[in-house]
Design a protein around this ligand. Structure first.
Ligand code: FA5
Length: 362
């Protein structure tokens, strides 16, 4: 036992002599290896010798060795903190390129401990949902209610009840995806108008947002699956002035008071008269002849609208002599694209987190 104590005292002296020479991470690491190295470290070798100590002395020898090992570890930690500028010891934890001492880790001075931690992202609301909810809030504030309808429709609701005679060429404008027999994927949200008018009586003031489908080749402003929001008002004395006033108010609430809006005469079988509404191109403001969104015209169509055709009212047993109505159907994706200044509608569906994170904490 006396000889073990002498060996430990000798090693302690050697350790302290070497410690005086420590000036950088490299020499500190060399000292650590010399004492705690897994193969030839002095402390490791002493522990190996423990096997040859007589059993009755082993307990005391183990205590002396553990005490010496703790001393070496504590001194290394101490030296790491004091002798190496900018270096720090993190006891017992392995980080990055750090070198590990038994129970302690040197974080080298090239690691910048003042850097902010890495951000952890949580899921958030999709930009199209954010935009759809904004539209809903504007109409809810005007006293409208929100309605829903099926995405798989019958020919009657998608076309027939909306005054499209069978085989009428106007049907071609809605590139329809047929399913089987009478069933198809709805090409617009207008069938919900019919369903609501069938089950309720005027006054009616509703919007219905939802997914629609068309046989279209995708491009920056067209998708085969997109979102529309339908609006419908039916009451006594409803005129085109109500349509125009409400839509202008809605678009100003959505885009700001100064947004430029224009109404263009158009045709839909279920409205008469009809108008399409364009807003100024918020991607190029009309300044780019090659703009992929407006084609350099400075305007982009965002909705169709018109006075509900008397035949559509008659189809749902609402007296067109007494009641009149107006309706609109707006493309949510296309309008969101303009509102957010995005040149490409497909980005909404690609699930690229670099895109989505710009709209919220994703
Ligand atoms: C309709 O779908 C009519 N149902 C709108 C309507 C409702 C008129 C009520 C009158 C009364 P249209 O096919 O133009 O109309 O589509 C309306 C809007 O949907 C367009 O202005 C555009 O913003 C959007 N839209 C149309 N096709 C696409 C497409 N392929 N991809 C993305 N958005 C589209």
């Amino acid at each position: 036992m006396a000889s073990l104590k002498d060996r430990i005292d000798g090693l302690r002296k050697t350790f302290e002599e070497s410690a005086r020479e420590i000036g950088d991470a490299k020499s500190l690491e060399e000292l650590r290896t010399a004492f705690l190295g897994r193969k030839k470290g002095h402390v490791t070798l002493l522990f190996e010798d423990l096997r040859s100590v007589p059993p009755e002395d082993r307990r005391e020898a183990g205590r002396l060795l553990n005490e010496f090992k703790s001393f070496v570890q504590a001194r290394l930690r101490d030296l790491g903190e004091k002798a190496i500028p900018g270096a720090k010891y993190a006891a017992g934890r392995v980080t990055g390129t750090s070198s590990v001492t038994a129970g302690a880790t040197v974080i080298h001075s090239d690691e910048d401990l003042t850097l902010p931690g890495r951000k952890r992202y949580v899921g958030a609301i999709h930009p199209l949902t954010i935009f759809e909810e904004k539209i809903e809030r504007i109409f809810l504030a005007m006293g409208y209610t929100i309605e829903d309808g099926p995405e798989i429709e019958t020919d009657y609701y998608n076309f027939g009840a909306l005054n499209f005679p069978p085989h009428h060429p106007a049907r071609d404008q809605w590139d329809t995806l047929f399913i089987k027999g009478d069933l198809l994927l709805r090409t617009h949200t207008s069938p919900v108008q019919v369903r609501v008018m069938e089950r309720s009586r005027p006054p009616i003031r509703i919007i219905c947002p939802g997914r629609v489908f068309r046989h279209e080749t995708p491009d920056p402003t067209h998708l085969p699956m997109f979102l529309q929001v339908e609006g419908l008002v039916v009451d006594e004395g409803v005129t085109f002035a109500h349509l125009k006033g409400t839509l202008v108010h809605f678009l100003r609430a959505l885009f700001g008071e100064t947004v430029k809006v224009r109404f263009r005469p158009s045709f839909f079988p279920f409205t008469e008269p009809s108008a399409e509404v364009d807003i100024e191109c918020l991607v190029c403001s009309g300044g780019d002849p090659g703009c992929r969104v407006c084609g350099g015209t400075g305007w982009k169509e965002i909705l169709g609208s018109g006075m509900v055709h008397p035949r559509v009212l008659a189809n749902v047993d609402i007296d067109p002599e007494r009641y009149s109505g107006w309706a609109f159907g707006l493309g949510i994706d296309r309008t969101a694209m303009l509102a957010f200044g995005i040149p490409e509608m497909r980005y909404f569906y690609e699930n690229d987190l670099r895109f989505l994170r710009q709209f919220g904490d994703l």
